[in-house]
Write a protein that binds this ligand. Structure first.
Ligand code: HAM
Length: 427
């Protein structure tokens, strides 16, 4: 297998972005495949939305959030439109729902790059990729459970054992405003004790103070009123039904009163998946919740929704930390070595690939000896050797590369059947 080195060149991938090359990219493929299969099994279809939207779409996810205020990749196009690269997936999905009005529940999944102008560090990038799912059009608490079950199932299937589901409720239009007021009054009384940032900004978004990591804020909020103690009847019933559902499907959830999430659209259920094997600042491998007011904010009819997104990069970092989900072995069936100028390799590899075999070949008209060295490094099961003799006889030399064995001559027309049999025997 090839390995890579870093070379100082005139152009590098932009700060906060990274290239994903083979063989590492095979893990991405496998992760996306695993996610897609599970999402499909639960009735979610793939949705593809544009990488950029009208800036207004993303402003609706929260004008007081860092994502919108500080981290947007926004620009004016040549027609004067104010657009922005997608910082997250939910707003685009709900915009598409409002635009197309599909039947509900509208259940979709996606895999997409997202752009946030963050300070890059391990597990935090300016372009990251999310696998996510959204269910739009139903209030049913069982959908909350289904969504968390999907994310949990993906973590389990990857072999992650040290991921915790953190759960909270943010209330709704009925109980959030009075709670917010209560919290605001509490923070006003103790504003002088807050961290320098929140001392000036707490009034704009008092809930964000709850998940501030600084010690001053932690101490003040330790005694703060919590939303969970101030839910209205329907939100309380919804939360109970979610907890009952998680219990029933065997997903352990930890109530996290500080969990307010970094986007403004959440109502009722909010959750995060925390990978304990990662540094705590970047250990959220996924997160989501309900957004029952978002469709209306985007100009549609009042329509509830719930979903989650998980960061591919962070999921794979968690897998590394837990030594699970290695790069899958995707080895070649055969490698063609042609010392007669390359035409045989060209035609043979075409025929074998059409027959469904995984085949690579030597290029640049190498000698048999040099070709065999490349074949050996390729990890293929068999080298297929074509020299002048083989061409004259109409045969191909088949030599096992991963186990001991002599080279045998196989007639060209019997090659596919021969290889299939040999591969079967060895598998
Ligand atoms: P989020 O919590 O902002 O939620 O992002 C979801 C996940 O994406 C995070 O848990 C993390 O794994 C990953 N992520 C976010 N930012 C970065 C970054 N800068 N670098 C690397 N990974 C990152 C959302 O985006 C919501 N749209 C989730 C959702 C879907 N809520 C409802 N439906």
């Amino acid at each position: 297998m090839s390995s890579t080195v870093e070379v100082a060149t005139a152009f590098q991938a932009p700060k906060g972005t990274r290239d994903v090359l083979p063989p590492e990219s095979a893990r991405w493929e496998a992760l996306v495949g695993l996610f897609a299969a599970r999402a499909r099994r639960a009735g979610y279809g793939l949705i593809v939305t544009p990488m950029f939207e009208d800036m207004g779409v993303f402003e609706r996810v929260g004008e007081s959030t860092d994502i919108v205020r500080k981290e947007m990749y926004d620009f004016h196009d040549k027609g004067g439109r104010h657009l922005a690269l997608r910082p997250e997936g939910t707003a685009s999905v709900v915009r598409a729902y409002v635009q197309h009005r599909p039947v509900t529940p509208f259940k979709t999944w996606y895999v997409a790059p997202n752009f946030r102008y963050e300070s890059p560090q391990a597990g935090r990038y300016r372009q990251h990729h999310q696998l996510g799912a959204e269910a739009v059009g139903s209030n049913d608490a069982d959908l909350d459970v289904e969504i968390m079950d999907l994310a949990w199932g993906v973590c389990s299937a990857l072999g992650l054992r040290r991921v915790r589901l953190l759960l909270n409720s943010m209330g709704d239009g009925e109980c959030r405003p009075p709670y917010r007021q209560l919290l605001l009054e509490y923070l006003e009384r103790r504003a002088g004790e807050l961290c320098p940032e929140h001392r000036v900004s707490y009034a704009a978004n008092p809930l964000r103070v709850l998940d501030c990591k600084r010690e001053e804020c932690r101490q003040v909020t330790a005694e703060a009123p919590w939303q969970l103690d101030h839910l209205c009847g329907p939100c309380q019933a919804h939360f109970e039904r979610v907890r009952e559902g998680l219990d029933a499907v065997g997903i352990p959830a930890t109530i996290e009163l500080r969990l307010v999430r970094g986007l403004d659209y959440y109502t009722r259920t909010t959750f995060e998946f925390a990978a304990e094997a990662l540094e705590s600042a970047q250990n959220a491998v996924g997160g989501g919740g309900r957004y029952d007011g978002l469709a209306e904010a985007l100009g549609g009819p009042p329509t509830p929704g719930i979903g989650f997104g998980m960061g591919i990069e962070r999921m794979l970092l968690a897998c590394d930390a837990e030594h699970t989900f290695p790069v899958p072995e995707d080895l070649l069936d055969a490698f063609v070595v042609d010392a007669t100028g390359g035409r045989a390799a060209r035609d043979l590899s075409h025929d074998l690939r059409e027959a469904g075999l995984r085949v690579d070949r030597v290029y640049d008209a190498r000698s048999i000896k040099a070709g065999m060295r490349v074949a050996g490094r390729s990890g293929a099961r068999f080298a297929l050797v074509v020299g002048e003799d083989e061409v004259v006889k109409g045969v191909v030399g088949v030599k096992p590369l991963r186990e001991k064995g002599e080279q045998v001559e196989v007639p060209r027309e019997a090659l596919v059947a021969h290889l299939r049999r040999a591969l079967e025997e060895g598998s």
